[in-house]
Design a protein. Sequence first.
Length: 301
Amino acid sequence: MGVEVLSALRPRPGGRFVDGTLGGAGHAALVLDASSPTGWLFGCDRDGVAVEAASQRLAEKFAGRFEVRRGNYADLAGWLPERSCDAVLLDLGVSSPQLDSPERGFSFQQEGPLDMRMDNRQELTAADLVNGESAEALAGIFWKYGGERESRRIARAIVHDRALRKFETTRQLAELIERLSPRAGRKAHPATKVFQALRLAVNDELGSLRRGLEAAVKILKPGGRLAVITFHSLEDRAVKEFGRERSRGYTFAGAVDVPELRLPRAPELNWVTRKAILPGADELRENPRARSAQLRVFERM
Ligand SMILES: C[S@@+](CC[C@H](N)C(=O)[O-])C[C@H]1O[C@@H](n2cnc3c(N)ncnc32)[C@H](O)[C@@H]1O
């Protein structure tokens, strides 16, 4: 969503921009190009391979105008001063190089270790969850992060099968799910939801998102822009929820908004567009993986 992201971030010479999910540095390069000759960009990614590739790509054309760091965007506020940036981009989820590398274990289509770590310095892998968690905990993960209706059945079958042989590969797990719920006319592969759920749990993606949104608000200057691209409803709901909460003129204690118990507070964000921005038809033709992308844009008050 290059065009949409640029119009959201409004890069200009002299501006300071942040890409919290650098990936292959596609968006970062667009922002640096559009803010030539003096725009500056801070980019980070949890994935060491991505950081290496992005640094090389950016150095070819934008030497001296960027800084790259390996780490979680949830920590942005520890690396950059408060109210110092003009725009922050978070393009969530996994990248094509991650999905297409069987050894990373993100894809059920290809045989690989059951890994799914974005940052391979982390200890916890998908295999640890699948082989170590109780049936109840696994069912909870599949339901909460994947909305998988067969969560209990799949979790029970995993616990049964792993007593005979531990789960080590992506295909081993995908085949168990195919056996339990055959594809029969369904568009999505039956393992889609379980794999999404494991990936979210292994990388604590929703926890990072919440902390990352809070960090982004801290480092943005008043008038600065926050753009977030989500790929599934759980992420989008979290971003919408955050936007609603920070654009209200009050807070409330507890889980329920009781008007009598509201505490006034200055709103921190404005919605730039109320509706999510979706990829155009041209982009969808070129990149079918963009079909579930949604862009939301906020302005720091
Ligand atoms: C969809 S890709 C980004 C692609 C990038 N916008 C581009 O133009 O090439 C998502 C990237 O975000 C990274 N990522 C996901 N969660 C992260 C987090 N909490 N902190 C830092 N990087 C993260 C992934 O490792 C992946 O490289």
